[in-house]
Design a protein around this ligand. Structure first.
Ligand code: ADP
Ligand code: MG
Length: 293
């Protein structure tokens, strides 16, 4: 039989928009040492918009944006949507592309006029072993310091343009970080985005630790790292990329309009997209399970 206190607790949780898929995890929530948040779409709104386009000398800005939007044509990533919108706003006509391929956690590639063109972030540049030219590097550094993500357009093994994108930090994220600290819980952030953006968002929110430029397949390893330090770890995320990390965490929490995969890998689902609900979850767990002892 289910202990009465747990039954009450579960329906109380449900009324607070928390779906408990694993009761052990709900109980463990009271003892968490660290909560790891996914950045994009969890701490931020994930609604990106293009801020600026920077090109190397000899590259036309509109042409670069049109080419980038064309290569992004079949991508569902928020970055791709923002870039296509920007090209549309400028009423640019896009070149035809073929052989589109999504490079998970890195970017995209396609063939344009017989040439292979890449678009992606820092993980892509690392894979292609490309250093951006100094004008683009300066642009990226400045963007990163302002918490703006940067993706590069790569032709012939050279980065020829960079596009900066702004996202919005959720107002509730700061409250969540402060309240977690008040509960004695450490806060960390995990992202595939650049170190510069991660640092800037972490500083802004007062987050203790961040892991940046992490490839989708490596996110769960960060959970294991924290666990090997003897910590009880919660992971909060919404994306397909987050599923292995959610599964690996002691308490996996899918938030808001999470993907089906994220929801299936999670122990607890928070119906609303509000990081403060993590705090309410821990508080509820502490209250409920103290009664049982
Ligand atoms: P996140 O940690 O933000 O959920 P992802 O794993 O989806 O990130 O992507 C990591 C990084 O890879 C992004 O920040 C971006 O730099 C790059 N990237 C991924 N998909 C695309 C795309 N379609 N176009 C450009 N860059 C991309
Ligand atoms: Mg994400």
């Amino acid at each position: 039989a289910i202990p009465l206190v747990v039954a009450i607790n579960t329906s109380l949780a449900a009324r607070n928009g928390m779906l408990i898929r694993d009761r052990i995890a709900m109980e463990q929530a009271r003892e968490l040492d660290v909560v790891v948040f996914d950045k994009t779409g969890t701490l931020t709104k994930g609604e990106q918009g293009v801020v600026a386009v920077e090109t190397t000398t000899g590259t036309d800005e509109d042409e670069a944006l049109a080419l980038t939007a064309a290569v992004e044509g079949d991508s569902e990533h928020m970055v791709a949507r923002a870039i296509r919108e920007a090209a549309e706003e400028r009423a640019l006509s896009l070149p035809a592309v073929s052989n589109f391929e999504a490079l998970k956690g890195r970017g995209v590639q396609a063939t344009v006029d017989g040439e292979t063109v890449h678009v992606g972030g820092p993980n892509l540049l690392r894979q292609l072993e490309i250093d951006p030219p100094s004008d683009l590097a300066v642009f990226a550094e400045d963007a990163g310091a302002n918490a703006r993500s940067v993706v590069y357009l790569v032709r012939d093994g050279e980065a020829v343009a960079a596009i900066s994108l702004a996202d919005v930090i959720r107002e509730e994220s700061r409250h969540a970080v402060d309240a977690l600290h008040n509960l004695g819980v450490e806060v960390a952030m995990l992202t595939g985005d650049s170190t510069a953006v991660a640092r800037s968002v972490a500083d802004e929110l007062g987050i203790d630790t961040y892991f940046a430029e992490v490839l989708p397949g490596k996110k769960d390893e960060k959970m294991a790292e924290l666990q090997s330090e003897g910590k009880l770890v919660a992971m909060v995320g919404d994306g397909i990329n987050d599923a292995p990390a959610l599964a690996r965490a002691d308490v996996g929490i899918a938030i808001g309009s999470g993907t089906d995969v994220a929801v299936e890998s999670a122990d607890i689902v928070l119906v609303q997209n509000n990081p403060v609900d993590i705090v309410r979850l821990i508080t509820l767990s502490r209250k409920s399970y103290r009664k049982m002892q």
